[in-house]
Design a protein around this ligand. Structure first.
Ligand code: OSB
Ligand code: MG
Length: 367
């Protein structure tokens, strides 16, 4: 197929609850929705889920708009491809900018799957009829506020809970949650907020039976992650550190962790995310699917990739109701007893409410 028209929509949705991590605090999220069309009128949707500010990754919403306008849209319009796994070749020369690439690539997968009448999960090689979902809980004002959130999502049946930590909000909240719920599968995510000089905190956290400690150090600190992994029993999970297969290869060789958080956005698309899954599983690492508080489009893609056989740990793919009152797809993505069904319909398996997207968009660009 050949994409003949591309449109992007800059859409902001309010969060039902403020979300705070070591790196940012948000009351709404602004993502870029990508609509592609081929000459036969088939349509596909993707989502660029870059944060607004460069605190999780270098890309921002403005960076992504610029990238699409200046490079990705022209490259896609002149590319002829037989399968969406080959679309990335159109921008292989472009360094970085994974979030922007991922949103455009996702739209091509959806387009191709709809034209072929194939569910995205099946096209990717997914095998699970439903995926296990966990929730990611932000930093709260008080430990009691956090315990209330834990109670709420544990009662909803989510399969594990992840707590955001930062210096000053680590051992105390983790001890409180562990004491309240001794058997709960629990893990922590530091978003790279610690330096190796602060590694004593991980010795303390090593005693709480956590499933993993996610991204304790800065993205580039693979050697420091390897030194920490060598001296604690809790598996380390890498998120920000792994933006491409080369960095995954380095992490595996250094034994900088034992678990990989796979994000479609961070890896630059569904095809590289699937390749990371294959590579990590072959190395004996466990994988699960992380999230960027996606709207329904990116969330549906997360459900699809998480249906691959190597995703053996619960993923950050909660129902969209954890974040948004009104999402942009129908039916909305929901978890029941901690399981999200993999939809049987073609492409993303959810219909985009295009009128709503056009109404909400603060900016529209077309090529
Ligand atoms: O580190 O996993 C992260 C959200 C924004 C930026 C980074 C992260 C997160 C989450 C949210 O943890 C997970 C979700 O989408 O539910
Ligand atoms: Mg993370």
């Amino acid at each position: 197929p050949k994409v003949s028209k591309i449109e992007v929509f800059r859409v902001s949705l309010p969060l039902v609850r403020v979300f705070e991590t070591s790196s940012h605090r948000k009351a709404y999220l602004e993502h870029i929705l990508v609509r592609v069309e081929d000459g036969d009128g088939a349509v596909g949707w993707g989502e660029i889920a870059s944060p607004s500010d460069p605190y999780y990754c270098p890309e921002t919403v403005e960076d992504c708009l610029l990238m699409v306008d200046r490079y990705l849209a022209p490259a896609l319009l002149s590319a002829d491809w037989a399968h969406p796994a080959d679309v990335g070749a159109a921008w292989a020369r472009i360094r970085g900018h994974e979030f922007a690439k991922a949103g455009v690539e996702m739209a091509c997968w959806d387009l191709w799957c709809r034209a072929t009448d194939l569910p995205l999960a099946r096209a990717l090689g997914g095998t699970r009829p439903e995926i296990e979902a966990g929730v990611s809980l932000g930093i709260e004002r008080t430990v009691d506020d956090l315990l209330a959130q834990v109670d709420r999502y544990a009662a909803e049946g989510y399969r594990r809970i992840k707590l955001k930590i930062a210096p000053g909000w680590d051992v105390e909240p983790v001890r409180a949650v562990r004491t309240a719920r001794p058997g709960l599968p629990l893990h922590v995510d530091a978003n790279g907020a610690y330096t190796e000089g602060q590694s004593a905190v991980f010795t303390e956290l090593d005693d709480f039976g956590l499933t993993m400690i996610e991204q304790p150090y800065a993205p580039g600190a693979l050697a420091a992650h390897a030194r920490l992994q060598a001296r604690i029993a809790t598996p380390l999970c890498l998120d920000e550190s792994v933006e491409d297969l080369d960095r995954l290869d380095t992490a595996i060789t250094l034994e900088a962790g034992r678990i990989l958080n796979i994000k479609v956005s961070r890896m630059g698309g569904l095809a590289p995310a699937r390749a990371a899954h294959d590579r990590a599983v072959a190395a004996g690492w466990q994988v699960w699917c992380g999230g960027m508080h996606e709207f329904g489009i990116g969330r549906a893609a997360n459900v699809a990739i998480a249906s691959l056989p190597g995703f053996t740990l619960p993923s950050d793919v909660s129902g969209s109701d954890k974040y948004y009152e009104r999402d942009v797809v129908e039916p909305p993505i929901r978890a029941a007893d901690g399981l999200v069904p993999v939809p049987p319909g073609p492409g993303l398996g959810h219909e985009v409410d295009e009128d709503l997207v056009r109404r909400l968009a603060s900016a529209v660009m077309a090529w």
